[in-house]
Ligand binder design. Structure first.
Ligand code: ZN
Length: 159
């Protein structure tokens, strides 16, 4: 079986930047997604298409195909009580903030007494990302998954 539309694909990855430092890794907990339903970064879906279980390969995504370029001027001060995800904040930590457009991830730049300076760029914005990938499972999507437009079960959506 190959990766194609309407397949649920499980894969492991190690995400590195151009300096080869590891930014993120699935360790032994695969990510599952429904192929062809825009569940996954477009560049990754493209790289996974046609692959089989056991295939290991690397893909390099420029910022435009990953988390986008950094937007300057997106640094702002917000009340500390609006940050979610930790009790104490330090520069470099990633926080969740509720905005009118929904939840956003921000990176803490500076911590004051009541106010925190945050940068609303995604922490990986502006980075060229290198994914080392391994396909660990491919199966047909269920009707329910196709209706919902995402994968269920291990590594996918839990309802
Ligand atoms: Zn669902």
């Amino acid at each position: 079986m190959k990766v194609e539309d309407k397949k649920v694909v499980q894969f492991l990855y190690v995400l590195k930047d151009e300096q080869q430092s590891v930014l993120e890794s699935t360790e032994n907990e695969p990510v599952a997604y429904l192929h062809g339903y825009n569940n996954m970064m477009a560049g990754l879906e493209k790289a996974l298409a046609g692959k089989a279980v056991g295939d290991k390969f690397s893909v390099t995504l420029p910022p435009a195909e990953a988390y986008g370029e950094r937007v300057e001027g997106s640094v702002q001060r917000v009340p500390m009580k609006h940050l979610q995800g930790a009790k104490k904040w330090k520069p470099g930590m990633v926080a969740t903030v509720e905005t009118e457009q929904g939840q956003r991830q921000v990176t803490v730049v500076k911590v004051g007494k009541f106010m925190v300076t945050v940068d609303s760029n995604h922490p990986f914005a502006g980075k060229t990302l290198i994914f080392d990938l391994e396909v660990v499972d491919i199966r047909d999507a269920t009707d329910e998954e196709l209706t919902h437009g995402h994968a269920h079960g291990v590594g996918g959506h839990q309802h």
